[in-house]
Design a protein around this ligand. Structure first.
Ligand SMILES: *Cc1c(COP(=O)(O)O)cnc(C)c1O
Length: 425
């Protein structure tokens, strides 16, 4: 019905306005540049391409092929790597491709456990389990929020996995790839690094450089710290041609048919913009995360890893167990237009009522916030979470702060409204 169609549009419009008035701090989100956004509503969206550029199953891909080859060229340059497949339609789809290419049902791989920050795609009930692959977890140092290197070495030598997998959704500090490189060599395993959260930081030279620290493959989402479309990517280095072919076939026809050409084009645009603005953006993200951690800490809140500067990424983990727990605090923050998520912290037993919240500063940075705004954000979080001021009252302050930060920065067309709803008819 026409009314339903317009009603749906109104809801999306209301959502957009709400986010314009909010402080979005979900660590896996970001906003796209205007040029990238344009690609999302282009005719590319309406088309199909199956296979690789120049070797498609359908006609009509002359320009699609040119854009995809450019996308691959830019990715190779930015990540300084040999292999790229920009076709997975999300980070999870990229992970499924890796599981198809690198594992057989019945294999055992080594991973980090969920309660130490790993993603559901490496869980028994996620993609890993669906592939029939078993996991053995690395021991984790919960004080430093990092894999225990000696323990991991022991697990690797005992398990001798075909694949050693790394990467987290609460990714505060780099994974110990360099430290474990000798062990990887000794057992001859493939090293797979899930960079969904930190792809932008890696691309900006602000985190670790997995492909040059022993990882053979990176799988990632392209919409978290890397501020592109909701999409995925696989990158590779030091791998055989046979392995490259295997990965390509795992992506298509393994886990995709058409690969969302509009998103591929938006990814290409974001990579091109990254060459100009990426380093600067990624550096500011890391500075802002540390600044927010410091400010919350000075207000008396329990930000994890205070002894080592809180974080080296875009993410902070905060223990709010003393203030009602992650569930209640994230609900209250949402009522004040501060969007966060509850998160399990080491020692928690319930995913439904965990003691933590997770905060990411990548989007606030993208719309222009710097260290001084992080202090303001900390003050607002503290008012709601600790002082238990009425969220509706704090909301007015949130809206006032956000007013000057509603346009996308670090891109061509700097100044474009980040949250504006564009009506086509
Ligand atoms: C977000 C995330 C993914 C999945 O990404 P989607 O693009 O949402 O499918 C995979 N791995 C990790 C570690 C993540 O944090």
């Amino acid at each position: 019905m026409q009314e339903d169609a317009y009603w749906i549009r109104e809801k999306v419009k209301e959502h957009s306005k709400w986010f314009e008035d909010s402080l979005p701090m979900i660590a896996s989100e970001n906003v796209m540049s205007p040029l990238a956004k344009e690609m999302m509503i282009s005719d590319f969206h309406d088309r199909y391409a199956e296979g690789l550029p120049g070797k498609r199953y359908y006609r009509g891909n002359i320009y699609v092929d040119q854009v995809e080859l450019k996308c691959m060229e830019l990715a190779r340059k930015i990540f300084n790597c040999k292999f790229v497949d920009p076709r997975p339609t999300s980070g999870t789809v990229a992970n499924m491709a890796a599981l198809f290419a690198l594992c057989e049902p019945g294999d055992t791989i080594t991973t980090t456990s969920l309660d130490h920050g790993a993603h559901i795609s490496t869980a028994k009930f996620g993609a890993v389990g669906q592939r029939g692959v078993k996991t053995v977890n690395y021991p984790f140092n919960t004080k430093d929020m990092i894999i225990d290197v000696d323990g991991a070495r022991k697990v690797l030598l005992e398990t001798r996995p075909k694949v050693a997998q790394f990467g987290l959704s609460v990714f505060l500090f780099p994974a110990p790839l360099k430290e474990l490189q000798d062990t990887f060599d000794e057992i001859g395993c493939t090293v797979w690094y899930d960079a969904a959260h930190v792809l932008g930081l890696i691309a900006g030279g602000q985190f670790q450089d997995p492909l040059h620290e022993g990882a053979h493959f990176i799988t990632a989402s392209t919409h978290k710290t890397f501020p592109g479309p909701n999409h995925g990517i696989v990158l590779g280095e030091n791998i055989s041609e046979e392995m490259e072919k295997k990965m390509n076939s795992a992506v298509f026809p393994g886990v995709t048919s058409s690969h969302h050409l509009h998103a591929m084009a938006a990814l290409a645009v974001t990579l091109a913009e990254w060459e100009i603005y990426g380093k600067q953006y990624a550096a500011q993200v890391c500075k802002n995360a540390k600044a927010l951690g410091q400010a919350l800490n000075e207000l008396g809140m329990d930000v994890l890893c205070a002894h080592k500067g809180f974080t080296e990424s875009h993410t902070l983990a905060v223990n709010v167990g003393a203030y009602g727990g992650g569930q209640q605090v994230s609900i209250d923050l949402e009522a004040a237009n501060m969007i966060t998520n509850k998160n399990m912290l080491p020692g928690d037993t319930s995913a439904v009522k965990p003691s933590g919240i997770r905060l990411g500063v990548q989007e606030l940075t993208r719309v222009g916030m710097r260290e001084s705004e992080m202090k303001e954000v900390a003050r607002l979080i503290h008012k709601v979470a600790v002082k238990k001021q009425k969220p509706e009252h704090v909301k007015a302050e949130v809206i006032a702060l956000k007013k000057n930060f509603t346009t996308v920065k670090y891109c061509i067309g700097d100044g474009f409204e980040a949250y504006k709803f564009h009506e086509l008819i």
